[in-house]
Design a binder for this molecule. Structure first.
Ligand code: SF4
Length: 144
């Protein structure tokens, strides 16, 4: 069996920003099921269990959105518990997250550091450029 990378959207199209160019605003309108909400712990467990059953050598879990931090820090703590439980072959695990960074605080940062997450923060360059498009629901730029 091969190494495997899984791309997970744990918050469906939910986001705490409202970027002008976000494709989700269009995509969601055309979906039969507009939004699947936050992924349940039960689904997360099935996903982790099956991934480890299938993979050899390496497993990669990458989280993106919507905004993946909206699943909550406890969701990711549970992910680590599940990885420890189901990684019976003791293969390499790579965790990554792409986030707008809006709710990242010291506790999140410590968790990511401790568990060696690769963290991508979405920024559109300097403030004047970023704030043109990456705005909140009230139209305020999110750079700060
Ligand atoms: S942060 Fe990402 S998901 Fe959220 S509105 Fe902006 S582009 Fe869309």
């Amino acid at each position: 069996m091969p190494a495997i990378n899984v791309l997970i959207k744990p918050a469906s199209g939910n986001c705490n920003l409202h970027c002008k160019y976000c494709f989700y605003n269009d995509v969601i309108e055309n979906r039969k099921e507009k939004n699947y909400g936050i992924m349940s712990y039960e689904i997360l467990e099935i996903l982790v269990k099956k991934t480890f059953e299938y993979a050899e050598n390496m497993v990669g879990f990458t989280f993106q959105g919507g905004e993946p931090t909206l699943a909550g820090l406890d969701f990711y703590k549970y992910l680590i518990e599940l990885q420890e439980k189901y990684n019976v072959k003791k293969i390499q695990v790579n965790n990554a997250i792409q986030t707008n960074g809006m709710i990242i605080d010291d506790e999140w940062a410590e968790f990511f550091s401790k568990n060696k997450f690769l963290v991508g923060i979405s920024l559109d360059g300097p403030k004047d450029i970023h704030d043109l498009n990456r705005i909140n629901i009230n139209g305020i730029g999110s750079y700060k």
